[in-house]
Design a protein around this ligand. Sequence first.
Ligand code: 8X3
Length: 258
Amino acid sequence: MAESVRDKVALITGASAGIGKATAYALAAEGMKLALCARSTERLNSLRDDLLGAGASAVHLFALDVTNRTAVNDAIASLPEEFQKVAVLVNNAGLARGLEKLYLDDPQNWEEMIDTNTKGLLYVTRAVVPGMVERGTGHVINMGSTAGWLAYAGGSVYCATKAAERSISDGLRIDLMGTGVRVTSVDPGMVQTDFSEVRFRGDKERAAKVYANITPLQPEDVADAIRWAVTRPRHVNVSSLLLTSIDQANSVTFHRHE
Ligand code: 8X3
């Protein structure tokens, strides 16, 4: 029997595009209240009416840079009353920068990835989870990657942030035993989003090559997995979901069509 999450609050970081946005729609279809953030609310604003039309019972949009610890604490502390009891936290905000050999790379790329993918996830988790523990219920969904299971050329720091996400999820799951709060790591392979365009700082041609001659996952495929995990009965903890398109076996092995 699926667990109803109707009228419960889901907080999604990095919700203005890609997997975060698709997850907002998937959880809207479950009738959830959505607290959505991204660095800017510009793209989020245009989603409000559509998400309500898609079934969300309420929508709250706010700007948040998860790398700013003070801003994270302030934003969570000042959520409107109706959105304060976060039932599902989707730690989705994340990015990759470059695909350079580690020993030649610009350390600024490392800072951005570690600050967002690792520290940002920790800050939001630290701000939200105590309330879940107090209420004796909640679900943390952390966005991992096949990259966290096997490092690839030029990806050592990005892969390290996703390996860190796996360890953080595993450790947090242990820390939360007996509290009623669940932890799921969702680990997709290649997904067709603006991930590669962000990685290559707007180089569309290079980004397109990443997905050439393969059928990647779509953001909706990942959102669907998240929707499934959060609607399992309360005694079920889906620890991890490793998912790839049929053209990908792991972070380095692809089947490219002729
Ligand atoms: C995104 C998947 O393979 O581009 O995490 O690193 S990959």
